[in-house]
Design a protein around this ligand. Structure first.
Ligand SMILES: O=C(O)[C@H]1O[C@H](OP(=O)(O)OP(=O)(O)OC[C@H]2O[C@@H](n3ccc(=O)[nH]c3=O)[C@H](O)[C@@H]2O)[C@H](O)[C@@H](O)[C@@H]1O
Length: 433
């Protein structure tokens, strides 16, 4: 049986039989037959190519539509609902890193006072994503919708700005952690530099342009030895790639402020801790190890000096973030062009009372009622700095920022949350105090 293809496009000369007649005629017929065969073949190939290409493009859009986590009428409705403002002169805020530690707290605080909040997070596995999912569930229960996506996704960002006229962006999405930068340097460049630029491009083009508040880091002070650290101190000697990407962020945001009129506020966070915190941070991982009866490594600086941090409680930092949004002036650009000078600020958000790491461990021991097995180790050259200490005069004056929680009180709240969330049974070999 001839195939469908053969029936439509006969290729055997026998089917174009010369039914008698002259040589010329035969010649003409042969010639005509071969030309028309070629023509038909060409038509067939064109049709095949065209249908292949349209199938490809259908698959492309289909893949995006069916497998991506964004897009569609239902999704847009969720975004719009989440962005709805429920107070006079309220904001609509895009919070990146909303499933993160600081992001989830800030999102909740804004939502509770009636601002519209749309979360944004890529739920990466730098640390246990189930904790991020639990934060997401908490936010969902307060009607905050988190868009799943990466800040490097320009199309998704453009779509969001298309749907919502965000008044502010609270940019907290980042690759965090000081020492992990030696293991995975490119993840810092990807999130903290490339992602930041993609986000700023979206903000600069948005109409209206939002005001931006974003997370820098106390680590930008690097090898600075003037204490306490003031915003005007040197920040050109970072000790880690993480710090270098945050410092770059300060420079990059400045250019977007200068060229496009974006209103920018950079916040230098000082070792933020508390309930729903980050498992990669020392106070958190120490708690887990102490409860499991596992040893912890406590780093020491030059001449065995204890390391110290200006540990800052999450609720204090949230107040600083919200006050930054409240005092941020509008961006001045439109249509991607600057129309006048715009606000550019940088604030320290610290606690102003550094505590040594062994003291922090002592507080945890008391709250957990379990003794830690401590191994002291000279600080490896891994990006750590010996101490941090914030001067918060500027934030106090401009934001009314006034931290009120000391480490003792803050860690008590953290431990209470930790035990409620994970339970006591983290291990069997705990040594009770
Ligand atoms: O303030 C900041 O800018 C930074 O604060 C923290 O960085 P870090 O202060 O290094 O916080 P931890 O990783 O919790 O370390 C706290 C202290 O514990 C020490 N440590 C850490 C881990 C460990 O196993 N042993 C140990 O002694 C560190 O050397 C450091 O002195 C955050 O992890 C960064 O994302 C943030 O940007």
């Amino acid at each position: 049986m001839p195939s469908l293809e053969e029936e439509l496009f006969p290729s055997t000369p026998g089917k174009f039989k010369d039914k008698g007649g002259h040589g010329m005629n035969r010649q003409f017929h042969r010639c005509f037959a071969s030309t028309s065969t070629m023509f038909l073949w060409a038509l067939f190939l064109i049709a095949l190519t065209a249908s292949y290409l349209s199938f490809q493009s259908f698959m492309d859009s289909g893949t995006r539509y069916f497998s991506s986590t964004w897009g569609g009428i239902h999704w847009e409705k969720q975004v719009r609902n989440s962005a709805q403002i429920h107070r006079p002169n309220g904001f609509s805020v895009l919070v990146t890193g909303a499933a993160g530690f600081v992001g989830s707290h800030v999102s909740l605080a804004l939502k509770k006072r009636g601002d519209g909040v749309v979360g944004f997070d890529n739920f990466n596995n730098y640390y246990d994503p189930s904790l991020k999912k639990a934060r997401k569930a908490l936010l969902n229960s307060h009607n905050v919708f988190i868009v799943e996506g990466d800040v490097n996704d320009a199309k998704l960002l453009a779509k969001l700005f298309d749907i919502v006229a965000f008044t502010h962006v609270m940019h907290l999405a980042a690759q965090a952690g000081v020492r992990y930068a030696m293991e995975n340097p490119h993840s810092y460049v990807h999130s903290n530099i490339a992602g930041l630029v993609t986000l700023l491009e979206a903000c600069k083009t948005a109409d209206p342009q939002p005001a931006i508040v974003w997370a820098s880091s106390s680590s930008v002070y690097g090898l600075n030895e003037d204490v306490p650290f003031s915003e005007s101190d040197r920040t050109d000697r970072p000790a880690s790639l993480y710090a270098a990407t945050k410092k770059s962020g300060e420079a990059i945001t400045h250019t977007y402020n200068h060229i496009y009129g974006l209103s920018i506020t950079g916040l230098r966070f000082f070792t933020v801790y508390g309930p729903w915190g980050r498992p990669d941070m020392a106070y958190f991982s120490f708690t887990k190890s102490i409860l499991q009866g596992k040893p912890i490594t406590v780093y020491r600086g030059k001449n065995r000096a204890d390391l110290a941090r200006d540990f800052t409680y999450i609720d204090d930092v949230v107040k600083g973030c919200v006050a930054s949004l409240d005092t941020a002036k509008k961006s001045t650009g439109s249509g991607g062009k600057k129309r006048g000078p715009a606000q550019y600020r940088i604030f320290n958000l610290g606690n102003t009372s550094p505590v040594t790491v062994p003291m922090m461990v002592g507080i945890l021991e008391r709250h957990l009622k379990v003794k830690a097995k401590k191994n002291f180790l000279d600080m490896p050259g891994n990006g750590d700095v010996p101490f941090t200490h914030a001067n918060i005069t500027f934030a106090r004056r401009e934001l009314g920022y006034k931290p009120t929680t000391d480490l003792q009180t803050g860690l008590k709240k953290f431990v209470k949350w930790y035990l409620a969330y994970y339970g006591y049974n983290q291990g069997s070999k705990s040594v009770k105090l």
